[in-house]
Design a binder for this molecule. Structure first.
Ligand SMILES: [Zn+2]
Length: 186
């Protein structure tokens, strides 16, 4: 692991992060597109970071790992309104950037698509994604779990319908697997 500190924030870069980036490039992904995806992930976290600083709380650390980038601590930090603002700010940055990129280029560029996908994925009501954590804040534990289960059921129906048409979507199956795992692991 590679670690350093910026303004009192401990930044850790795990080897799994380098491994995923290298593997993605080795599997034939365009290195320029991989860089754009990493930049979009970083901008998402910058949204959370900016909101945290606006709310007067500073993260103790930032970890780059195989699954992405994670701000520490990730638990509830502030009042209800501040927590909602901090959790929603990452996706808000992605959607704002996607809109700005579309407006500037006059078309849905790869940068805009990546931001839309990243913002949308993080808003899914599942596990420790921003959407799942927002749901946990807004509803009681039992209702939040029920909404997550209903959403997982809808994704299952979508995946089954897509498979019946001959299109097996690997990304949809991965999302479904993650949603089911997060429900049963909770
Ligand atoms: Zn986020």
């Amino acid at each position: 692991m590679y670690a350093f500190e910026i303004s009192g924030i401990k930044v850790k870069v795990c080897f799994s992060f380098f491994a995923v980036v290298c593997l993605t490039c080795l599997l034939g992904a365009d290195s320029g597109k991989v860089l754009i995806m990493l930049a979009c992930c970083a901008l998402h976290e910058c949204g959370h970071l900016a909101a945290m600083l606006i709310c007067g709380c500073k993260p103790s650390g930032m970890t780059f790992y195989g699954g992405g980038i994670c701000l520490v601590p990730s638990a509830r930090l502030n009042s209800f309104a501040k927590d909602v603002f901090i959790l929603a700010s990452g996706c808000a940055v992605n959607f704002a950037l996607a809109f700005a990129a579309c407006a500037a280029a006059g078309e849905l560029t790869f940068f805009a698509q990546t931001n839309l996908l990243l913002g949308g994925f993080n808003l899914l009501p599942a596990g420790c994604l921003d959407g799942g954590r927002l749901l946990d804040l807004l509803l009681c534990a039992r209702k939040a779990k029920a909404v997550k289960a209903v959403f997982a059921l809808l994704v299952s129906v979508l995946a089954a319908a897509s498979a019946l048409r001959g299109n097996v979507s690997v990304s949809l199956l991965c999302v479904l697997a993650y949603m089911c795992f997060s429900i049963f692991a909770a």
